[in-house]
Design a protein around this ligand. Structure first.
Ligand SMILES: C[S@@+](CC[C@H](N)C(=O)[O-])C[C@H]1O[C@@H](n2cnc3c(N)ncnc32)[C@H](O)[C@@H]1O
Length: 270
């Protein structure tokens, strides 16, 4: 493995921060970093696909010191310090992974829906299947592209994203499509769970209210980070975009909006 120098932009650092906050949000809401049955025997191998800033991989490596954790990404994390059982590997996960058949115990992948084209999901799942040991598990986490209980401005954002997905070959309905794709790849014991995380402080339940606050802040950060993209692709002026963001954030509390996350756990048959 080589460690080529990676140069990060301000955008990358802002996105690293956003992903890290979402990591803590999902870990708190799920009460765990992983739901799949884990083999934590000495020498077991865990892969984090599209590891981002590597926080999930780092926490797993610290929690299971006898397990080897590999974070795969086309960009290496800016901070690669960590325990000896953690390694980051730079690769394109749409190509053949640098590991042999039946070598891995557990594969985790989160928030890759907008990075993958529709046609890439089948081959990606096949590659997971190839490298997994029989009896090994995958765990995939993705949220719906659209927000639930949207107000009118959020509906406009959702329609824009749907159009963008069409133009770029990304599957807007991925969270439905994955049900069939996981099964068709050959996985068994498929378990899909759905989790709704509020956007805003509208819940009366104290824990959900905290999650809603963080989720809304993460959404706001995403909109801010992608401002240039929206201005260019949507043809809005800067002030109009800022106004739309302001209104969307107000709407979340008014309409009780939420993000729906899905988690698939599935096994490669014995
Ligand atoms: C939205 S981030 C998610 C990061 C992390 N999984 C998390 O949940 O915090 C998507 C990550 O996938 C990586 N990625 C996207 N396409 C990739 C590809 N074809 N091969 C390897 N990594 C890829 C990006 O570099 C980015 O780090």
């Amino acid at each position: 493995m080589t460690r080529p120098p990676t140069i990060f932009s301000d955008f990358d650092f802002k996105e690293f921060d956003r992903w890290q906050r979402q990591h803590y949000l999902l870990k708190s809401a799920r009460k765990a970093n992983a739901w799949a049955p884990l083999n934590t025997n000495k020498g077991a191998v865990i892969i984090d696909v599209g590891t981002g800033n590597g926080i999930w991989a780092l926490e797993m490596a610290n929690q299971y010191p006898t397990v080897q954790v590999l974070g795969l990404d086309r960009l290496l994390p800016n901070d690669q310090n960590g325990p000896e059982n953690l390694r980051f590997v730079q690769c394109d996960v749409n190509e053949s992974w640098p590991m042999s058949d039946n070598a891995v115990d557990f594969i985790f992948q989160r928030s890759m829906s907008d990075a993958m084209k529709q046609v890439e999901w089948g081959p990606l799942l096949k590659e997971m299947y190839r490298v997994l040991k029989p009896g090994g598990y995958i765990e995939l986490i993705e949220n719906d592209f659209w927000r639930h209980n949207p107000g009118p401005v959020q509906q406009a954002f959702d329609s824009f994203i749907q159009e963008q997905c069409k133009m770029t070959g990304v599957d807007f309905q991925l969270t439905d499509s994955l049900d069939t794709l996981v099964e068709e790849t050959g996985f068994d014991q498929i378990d899909k769970k759905t989790m709704d995380i509020p956007l805003g402080e509208w819940p009366t339940d104290q824990e959900l209210k905290q999650f809603g606050f963080i989720n809304k802040e993460a959404h706001k950060a995403m909109l801010k980070n992608y401002k240039e993209f929206y201005i260019k692709q949507w043809g809005l002026s800067g002030p109009d975009f800022d106004l739309a963001v302001h209104e969307v954030l107000e709407e979340f509390d008014e309409y009780h909006s939420f993000t729906r996350f899905h988690c698939w756990v599935a096994r490669k048959p014995l």
